[in-house]
Design a protein around this ligand. Structure first.
Ligand SMILES: Cc1ncc(COP(=O)(O)O)c(C=O)c1O
Length: 455
């Protein structure tokens, strides 16, 4: 029997069993560490770490550049890069130096006092993304949460609109999908929702301007929160005219537009915003800009910043302020400044994007060679394949093309041969240290996996 992925299920299951056994054999110390972690909820420090293709996660020993060594001494070429948290590479030297200087030479891990680094980081974000007023959080989730609150406050409107199968962190308002009847409904897995999500949110499919206009026409949407390309349900690229259409419709209905660039930053030094010449009212971002040190940020247009500052009735400083006592802390700010000034530079992106292009071309060729109905999408330094051809046009189509069993097999097969992909995607990300030799290594193993699967 085969599914839409074009793969024989019985063969897949038997190969998966073989690879999982080999994985267990190669990782006795990781297995033991997992077994012993009795006082961690789910045995891991953060529950998503259980989202591993094998029966337990690989435990980290060392990481540098695009290489990871686990506690069993296995070395990996890392294309997962902490699901973008390490797009700057693991422990880039300029970030280590800046953070060490702050921690060790100067002192001051958390003081609730501004540092000059923050202003430099804000100015560089302003230059790259074209929005003049920046503020910092500790995660992209928090940046999104706070942006949403500001836009509700300034518009007096109650709802947020997102795309079906988006991911913006565990932001309550974003956990909505287009249901089978075409109406918004709570997303599967929306644990402990504070209220029915249709009370706080509207939803439209990506690449669907008609659906977007239908929802905006209610006049109750404070902001559209979107990625310029979906990146958390495969990569779904915008069709010609779609992003311009979103901007025109948001303006027509008095709705603010937030571009969440946390992942689409892969498109270039100024993310998809600069790459496609977009003009959002707000950009939110996190992960990679700190070079691996926790940080989130949101940038506001001048018009929006002035509108907020002009509202004497809004408490933007005390109780109603963003909160997050450690937000904007000296270590995050030193790391963000160093990452932007010295690591994720124009030159670095040129190299990362050219490496990603080689990655995408190579896997397309291999997939075509085996006649599989899969497709490959790339956004700058980020590449992903989906088990559907042509490439899905929106989140719902992309969700339909998921094949967890096949995905897990490919991940374990690659891990057993020294290559890591993001465990909850078929996503490969390039960092400044990733080379075309690393790409070729991935491709050899990927091709061997397809050869076995289709034999
Ligand atoms: C587009 C996007 N926004 C926000 C987030 C949340 O980031 P964090 O978990 O670092 O808060 C993610 C996480 O994957 C993301 O992909």
């Amino acid at each position: 029997m085969s599914t839409d992925s074009g793969i024989d299920r019985a063969r897949l299951q038997s190969l998966s069993a073989r690879e999982r056994a080999a994985f267990a054999e190669r990782h006795p110390r990781s297995a033991g560490a997992y077994e012993k972690a009795d006082h961690l909820f789910g045995r891991v420090p953060m529950t998503w770490m259980n989202k591993t293709a094998a029966d337990f996660p690989i435990y980290l020993d060392k990481a540098r550049g695009n290489r990871i060594t686990d506690v069993d001494g296995n070395e990996f070429v890392d294309f997962a890069l902490g699901d973008t948290g390490a797009m700057a590479g693991h422990s880039p030297a300029p970030v280590v130096e800046a953070v060490t200087r702050r921690i060790s030479d100067l002192g001051g891990l958390s003081t609730m006092l501004p540092t000059e680094d923050a202003a430099v980081a804000g100015a560089e974000l302003a230059r790259r993304f074209g929005l003049p007023a920046w503020s910092f959080a500790l995660t992209a989730t928090d940046a999104n949460r706070w942006a949403i609150r500001l836009l509700r406050a300034v518009t007096g409107r109650s709802k947020i609109l997102v795309n079906s199968y988006c991911y913006h962190g565990s932001v309550d308002e974003s956990l909505i999908v287009v249901g089978p009847d075409g109406r918004g409904t709570s997303r599967e897995g929306n644990v402990g929702a504070p209220t029915d999500v249709t009370q706080t949110s509207r939803v439209a499919e990506f690449n669907d301007l008609e659906g977007l206009e239908r929802e905006l026409a209610h006049g109750d949407v404070a902001a559209v929160l979107m990625e310029p390309a979906l990146t958390n349900i495969g990569i779904v690229l915008p069709e010609d005219g779609y992003l311009a259409g979103v901007r025109a419709l948001t303006r027509k209905y008095g709705t603010y537009l937030i571009n969440d660039e946390t992942h689409t930053f892969s498109a270039g030094p100024g993310g998809a915003t600069a790459f496609w010449g977009l003009s959002p009212d707000v950009v939110t971002i996190g992960k990679a800009i700190g070079g691996g040190v926790p940080v989130g940020a949101y940038g506001l247009s001048r018009e929006l910043a002035d509108a907020l500052s002009g509202r004497g009735d809004l408490d933007l400083v005390d109780m109603g302020g963003v909160g997050g006592t450690l937000a904007g802390n000296p270590v995050s700010m030193a790391a963000t400044r160093a990452t932007l000034e010295h690591v994720l530079t124009e030159d670095a992106f040129t190299h990362m994007i050219s490496t990603a292009s080689a990655f995408a071309t190579g896997i397309s060729k291999i997939i075509d060679g085996y006649g599989l109905p899969w497709s490959v999408s790339r956004l700058g330094a980020r590449v992903e394949y989906r088990f559907a051809d042509p490439a899905p046009r929106n989140g719902t189509e992309s969700a339909r093309s998921a094949d967890a069993e096949l995905e897990d097999f490919l991940h374990v097969y690659l891990a057993n041969r020294g290559v890591l992909l993001t465990p909850f995607h078929n996503m490969a990300l390039m960092c400044p240290e990733t080379t075309t030799a690393d790409v070729s290594r991935h491709h050899e193993i990927f091709e061997a996996a397809l050869a076995e699967l289709t034999a």
